[in-house]
Design a protein. Structure first.
Length: 263
């Protein structure tokens, strides 16, 4: 299937590893030019070089901490200076620390808002004028299954990612007539570094080994296994494509059936 993405420009956040890197690899395979950002300077440069070499497309690394004011705007300006536009924005951040409500300070809540919500708002504000002028754009937010079914011991993620969902659903209606779609993709338990860290944390809290923490998740998932990053990335690429031009305002899980809700 030709997704109609060759030659377009994507900005992918959190792209040095995990889901963000898988998304970048998938979009590069479709012939897109990329700007990648993440906090890790060395790992980001290595990812950009590898993805560009593997797919014969231009990939630019722009290290940034999107929790800090002005950083999102700087990354978008790098894309504009390099390619002249951003056609597809994929927002993606690492998750905040696990823990129950009373274990998190006021500052921890503020940091989660800066990390998960403010970064999305800043990136979206920066790319939206150009998308509106060209009357074409894709904004895809990587959120979490937690927005449909809260995950135990992840109160920060459960709360703040829900705010991203509300913003995106509202924005989708505001820009739909301009050829811009806004969607959220909800990863379930996927074999990434973040999930390995959560498994270790949960295992320690329960006094079991990490293998048992993984086994517990697998028992909860109808497919009886964790997802792979490339399975998640495939949906993001489709939502970025010409073929997905009539899909907007959605939150789509990639979770092996873990969410039990009807909608």
């Amino acid at each position: 299937m030709d997704l109609g993405l060759r030659g377009r420009v994507a900005l992918v956040a959190g792209a040095s590893r995990g889901l963000g890197r898988a998304v970048a690899e998938e979009l590069a395979a479709e012939g897109m030019q990329l700007v990648l950002c993440a906090r890790g300077d060395v790992s980001l440069s290595q990812a950009a070089d590898a993805i560009g070499a593997a797919n014969g497309t231009r990939v630019v690394a722009c290290p940034a901490n999107l929790s800090e004011p002005g950083e999102a705007e700087r990354v978008v300006q790098t894309a504009l200076d390099t390619f002249g536009r951003v056609d597809v924005l994929v927002t993606n951040t690492g998750g905040p620390p696990p823990g129950k409500f009373e274990s998190h300070s006021r500052e921890a809540w503020h940091q989660a808002v800066r990390q998960l919500l403010d970064s999305v708002l800043d990136l979206t504000r920066a790319v939206l004028p150009g998308m509106k002028a060209r009357r074409w754009g894709r904004i895809i937010n990587v959120t979490s299954i937690a927005v449909k079914q809260p995950v135990e011991n992840l109160v920060l993620s459960n709360a703040v990612r829900a705010a991203v969902t509300g913003m995106a659903r509202t924005l989708a209606n505001e820009v739909a007539s301009l050829g811009i779609t806004v969607n959220n993709v909800l990863p379930g338990y996927t074999r990434t570094e973040r999930v390995v860290e959560l498994a270790a944390h949960n295992a320690a809290a329960r006094g079991v080994d990490t293998a048992e923490a993984f086994a517990q998740w697998e028992r909860e998932i109808p497919m009886a296994r964790l997802g792979e990053p490339d399975e998640f990335a495939a949906l993001v690429a489709f939502l970025a494509s010409e073929r997905a031009s009539y899909i907007t305002g959605t939150s789509i899980p990639v979770d092996g059936g873990w969410i039990k809700a009807l909608l």
